[in-house]
Design a protein around this ligand. Structure first.
Ligand code: SAH
Length: 396
């Protein structure tokens, strides 16, 4: 096995159990390794530290599989790690039995570059690193064993893969598509999931708890759901007894899915739902000009900053929509606002929203800090895992 030797002092992050080794930390590779091969990681002084997957074309030159320098990285290793990730979910009552569930949350489950989401008996796998790519077979097998799932679909079509020198790949890895539409139940609401063409692996599972929160808050309120995608928040608002739910998305197909999802839930009153195909930035201005007011506004935009380098432009976009959202709130109204940009920290996000409130001339208080659901855990040694942060605010 080849050995990756770090520059002096660069072992510190490894000793703190951070799983990434950036190019600047790496002095040299002794021996030969192909992309995805397992390498030993050693300090400049030759101290063995860890075992990692080598990825020569990525700025993240290696992703650590194990901080035990003697751990054997083989099929059995993945079987153990995958089983442990699945068992963690089973041990939490709010996750046990969920139809839609993230089974593997990459680095935070000790499996860098590997995402697996379960929708009923279908598991959707997403591999984004050279190391993960190498162990596809072992991962699929381990998932089938740990879940008793009957089919595995791969959605490794994220842009991120190009940074690792990988092409997009998709397709069935075990079993085949079911005849009927894939439908999950979340907080008592039925939702169709398009694992082939939908975003991410088909659905935004990370917002499960926050959608339930919307149901708790919606009774009698006029709700505006921006960036509604397939209607996850909108349907929960209707289920919670909202007076009216206006939902905006720029994607026609997403709105079509949202309408279909509403039809899957006959008890919900479709007469209270309004779907607008529009750009949120422009539509919020139209609504403001028309003098509209809402009691609960949800802002769950796509990732505005893909890396820290885009943080400034993203900050302006977050400020803009939050300013407009705050201006559209009726007295005593609630704003539920999110950022899923890794490059924007929770602290920075709160500052941006505070600036927006100041400019909007609305005093606002934090009712609650919001996060991803428990099946999207954040390893304490890997703060980058906390990409989703939100605030529930109440204005005067
Ligand atoms: N809140 C959703 C997930 C949002 S994903 C949920 O709970 O499932 C982001 C959505 O924003 C996508 O559906 C995308 O089509 C939409 N979108 C992106 N840019 C937009 C814009 N400028 N105006 C309106 N919608 C936009």
């Amino acid at each position: 096995m080849a050995t990756l030797i770090l520059h002096p002092g660069k072992e510190k992050s490894v000793l703190r159990h951070h799983p990434w080794l950036f190019s600047g930390a790496v002095d040299r590779l002794e021996g030969r390794a192909r992309p995805g091969d397992t390498v030993d990681v050693a300090s400049a002084a030759g101290r063995p530290l860890a075992r990692a997957a080598w990825s020569p074309s990525s700025q993240i030159r290696a992703r650590i599989w194990s901080f035990d320098a003697e751990d054997v990285i083989d099929h059995a290793f993945f079987k153990r790690r995958v089983a442990a990730a699945v068992a963690r979910r089973k041990s939490l009552p709010e996750l046990d039995g969920q139809h839609g569930l993230r089974l593997i949350h990459a680095e935070s489950d000790g499996l860098p570059g590997i995402i697996a989401d379960r929708y009923g008996d279908t598991v959707v796998l997403q591999l984004s690193s050279a190391g993960a790519e190498k162990w596809r077979g072992a991962i699929v097998d381990s998932l089938l064993k740990a879940t008793g799932g009957t089919r595995v679909y791969e959605r490794s079509d994220l842009d991120l893969r190009s940074l690792e020198g990988l092409e997009p790949v998709t397709g069935w890895r075990h079993g085949q598509a079911a005849d009927e539409e894939l439908v999950i139940e979340e907080n008592g609401v039925r939702l169709g999931v398009d694992i082939v063409d939908g975003h991410k692996t088909g659905f935004y599972l990370d917002q499960r708890d926050n959608r339930r929160r919307v149901a708790e808050l919606a009774a009698g309120r006029r709700v505006l759901n921006c960036f509604c995608y397939t209607g996850g928040f909108s349907l929960q608002a209707l289920a919670g007894g909202a007076r009216e739910v206006v939902s905006i998305d720029s994607s026609g197909p997403a709105l079509e899915s949202a309408r279909r999802n509403l039809a899957l839930n006959p008890p919900l009153d479709a007469g209270r739902a309004i779907w607008l195909e529009a750009d949120v930035f422009g539509e919020l201005r139209n609504l403001r000009a028309a003098g509209e007011r809402y009691d609960l506004i949800i802002l769950d935009p796509p990732k505005f900053a893909h890396t820290a380098a885009h943080a400034e432009r993203a900050a302006r976009a977050y400020k803009d929509i939050n300013l407009l959202g705050l201006q559209l709130l009726a007295p005593g109204g609630l704003l539920m606002t999110y950022s899923c940009s890794g490059g924007i920290s929770a602290e920075l996000f709160q500052k941006i929203v505070a600036g927006a409130a100041l400019d909007a001339g609305r005093a606002a208080r934090i009712v609650q800090h919001l996060h991803g659901a428990a099946d999207h855990p954040v390893d304490l040694a890997f703060p980058e895992g906390e990409y989703l942060k939100g605030l529930l605010l109440q204005v005067d």
